[in-house]
Design a binder for this molecule. Structure first.
Ligand SMILES: [Zn+2]
Length: 320
């Protein structure tokens, strides 16, 4: 029998994003490991260093970082650790960490083409100017090693890797069988549902991922694990995760019904649906609201509730 010797500490740093504070976790076992790396601001760094000092460590003591996913508020301080021996995560983090010009161009043109196909009006195309803005909170880096489903975390073999795509294609969660604890990144949060975000396909020209469908599958998978406690990327640590998953399913299906009702009278483009679904938030949170809308449309399509038709290069959905 393996005894659990690791200790886990949560450190919390502020972000300039709407989501608020983000958590990082310090794992102390054979090696000193950080799960996630906050955001690239001086304020976050100061708060982090202070928190680490209270645990009796300095940034030079950190030996490796495990990433739950590639978003700016989870990888931001990666380049601040001088004695780092390894950065581990899903292989998909690599393209976001290395970010060569070819990838950035592909990222830009993917969204340009996609939003044209979704019927986005000219007025909203200014969104493209801001597509790269979040990247100022992200350092350049690379992955030392990639993790896949079932791997043990290097140096902390009692933590098992679960692939949990949905919120991000690169998303992993870490589960410890001995006590049922799960470090969930942004996959499972207590106070809000995770946004399944649109992303370019991994292979150039490949089919776009359908994040809400992946997210549902991943939540389904989590129902098979006796998770005792979730250590999330944002908000409180929580128990009762299976109930929360069922509530998430219910809420999502209710929203899909709302979208379905909009498509009964006449076919609508994803952009038109988004305007109806999020009249107050679409302008400020364009990327998020479009991702959420397209997620519901993907779900309705996968459950054979809608017809999908292309007219003049724009895709339209109609209730069956
Ligand atoms: Zn995230």
């Amino acid at each position: 029998m393996i005894h659990t010797t690791d200790t886990i500490h949560q450190l919390t740093v502020p972000t300039p994003f709407g989501v608020g504070d983000v958590h990082m976790y310090v794992l102390k076992g054979e090696t000193l490991t950080l799960v996630d790396a906050g955001i690239k601001t001086e304020e976050a760094w100061k708060v982090f260093v202070h928190g680490l000092q209270e645990l009796g460590y300095t940034p030079e003591d950190v030996e490796q970082v495990m990433l739950t996913h590639h978003h700016p508020d989870h990888i931001g301080l990666l380049d601040r650790f001088s004695n780092l021996k390894g950065i581990y995560g899903h292989e998909d983090n690599r393209r976001w960490l290395e970010r060569d010009e070819a990838f950035l161009n592909r990222y830009h043109s993917f969204f340009y083409d996609l939003y044209s196909k979704f019927g986005v009006s000219e007025e909203y195309k200014s969104f493209f100017k801001h597509l790269r803005d979040p990247l100022k909170y992200v350092p350049f880096g690379t992955l030392t090693g990639s993790l896949v489903e079932g791997d043990g975390l290097p140096g902390h073999e009692d933590w098992e890797v679960l692939e949990t795509p949905g919120h991000a294609e690169s998303h992993l969660s870490f589960y410890r069988k001995q006590d049922g604890k799960m470090i969930s990144g942004d996959h499972l949060l207590y106070h809000i549902s995770s946004n399944p975000l649109l992303e370019p396909p991994r292979k150039p020209g490949g089919e776009r991922p359908k994040p809400l469908l992946s997210y549902r599958q991943t939540m389904e998978k989590c129902l098979h694990y006796p998770i005792s406690e979730v250590l999330p990327g944002h908000g409180p640590i929580f128990t009762g995760v299976h109930d929360i998953i069922h509530t998430r399913f219910e809420k999502q299906e209710q929203r899909a019904e709302k979208v379905y009702d909009m498509l009964v009278d006449k076919p609508l483009s994803p952009f038109e649906v988004c305007q109806k679904l999020f009249p107050k938030h679409i302008k400020k949170e364009f990327g998020l609201t479009m991702s959420e809308t397209v997620g519901q449309l993907d779900y309705l399509e996968a459950t054979h509730r809608v017809h999908v038709e292309l007219q003049n290069g724009v895709v339209y959905y109609q209730a069956i």
